[in-house]
Design a binder for this molecule. Sequence first.
Ligand SMILES: [Ca+2]
Ligand SMILES: [Ca+2]
Length: 136
Amino acid sequence: MPYKKIIAVGLVASLAFAGIYFGVRYFLVKRNLTSLATDPAVILSAQRQTLRVTVQKMTLTDADLDDLSDSDEKKYGTDLNKADSDDDGLNDHDEVMIFKTDPLQADTYAVGHSDSWGVAHGVILKDGKIDKSKFK
Ligand SMILES: [Ca+2]
Ligand SMILES: [Ca+2]
């Protein structure tokens, strides 16, 4: 019966086509070629992976996310796992880079108040300047 052969060949050809289609699609998704993928779930998954890698890189270079890199933390002797090493209310980055206060001394100028109090009350200014007239 020739029509049985035609149906059998058609069935085999369909299975082969489906196999190739899903095989190529799996390969593209597996290799993260999202520009070729049109499935929104695949694209979202790739974006999440990119975000995960970005956050991982950030935490590898700044473990406590205080904006002072781990290598700078080692340079200044601050705690790279604690954003505010001396618990004075100013994070390590702001002490080192903005106010030039000591990130390991809660009261850099020994005035009886924390460095964050000094900043909040206008005593400690940027770039290591202080205004003693505002100290009470
Ligand atoms: Ca720190
Ligand atoms: Ca300090």
